[in-house]
Design a protein around this ligand. Structure first.
Ligand SMILES: [Zn+2]
Length: 262
């Protein structure tokens, strides 16, 4: 099972309409001028969240809207944008914002926004608008449920930058066809399901090669990975199988290069 399990994101119409207003200041001003203060306030809240995601991802606005799965809509269609639509957009954008705040760096943020939008789109198709968002929130916070994982959740994997595996695990806990497909795939491929190692081999290798000038991983991500590997039996065993005993602990080795706080 790979992150490519999710097709390109398809935003709901409400987010398409919000995107039209986000990309055109003139249109925004006109639309805003003709709406009630309450609707205007909801729009402002949604617009701020889009600005926050643009800043966090360092993407141009068009790239961000494209990754969120937005399509162009006509001026006339904007007439239909009402409070419940904006409230739904806000809930979705807040979910992304909450996740984004947990990432160790911009690269991971971009991968997160892309993957999370795709999973949300897929769930929407399977289980409907409202249910999909509730599901998304629940499954990224649900324990992975594998022996030895204690309370590790997909969100914990996002914190160490393992976005692909995080959403692969999340998908196996989803309702509807997405969950059924992911569980079937996991059953057919024992390696994806039974692996208790949370850090991909390619990332283990990148840590081994780590030095101050490493272009591959940010120092914050290295620090979080070191902390995880030191504290996780499965990942430490995997690391030691690569290079021998993890002594001194990885955190000690990496700390002078990478402060643990963000
Ligand atoms: Zn681990």
């Amino acid at each position: 099972m790979t992150p490519q399990t999710f097709e390109k994101a398809e935003a709901p119409v409400s987010l398409d309409l919000l995107a039209e207003l986000a990309r055109d200041p003139q249109l925004r001003q006109e639309w805003r001028g003709e709406r009630s203060p309450e609707l205007g306030k909801l729009f402002d809240d949604a617009f701020l969240l889009i600005g926050g995601l643009k800043h966090a991802s360092a993407w141009e606005i068009e790239t961000l809207l494209d990754e969120l799965g937005c399509h162009r809509r006509s001026r006339e269609e904007l007439e239909s944008l009402e409070a419940p639509d904006l409230e739904h957009c806000i809930a979705f954008l807040e979910w992304l914002t909450d996740l984004e705040r947990e990432t160790p760096d911009v690269d991971v943020t971009c991968e997160l926004l892309r993957t999370a939008s795709r999973m949300y789109a897929r769930l929407r198709r399977d289980v409907g608008e409202r249910e999909s968002l509730i599901s998304c929130e629940l499954i990224v916070n649900a324990p992975l449920g594998q022996a030895g994982d204690r309370d590790l959740t997909p969100l914990d994997l996002i914190r160490i930058g393992e976005v692909g595996p995080a959403f692969q695990f999340a998908a196996t806990m989803a309702k509807g066809k997405l969950g059924d497909d992911a569980r079937q795939l996991a059953d057919e491929n024992p390696f994806s399901r039974l692996s208790l190692v949370h850090v991909r081999p390619s990332i283990m290798d990148a840590i081994l090669r780590f030095d101050v000038d490493s272009p591959t991983l940010s120092s914050e991500r290295i620090a979080r990975l070191a902390e995880h590997i030191d504290g996780c039996d499965a990942c430490r065993r995997e690391y030691e199988a690569h290079v021998g005993p993890a002594e001194p602990p990885l955190q000690v080795r990496c700390t002078p290069l990478a402060p643990l706080s963000r």
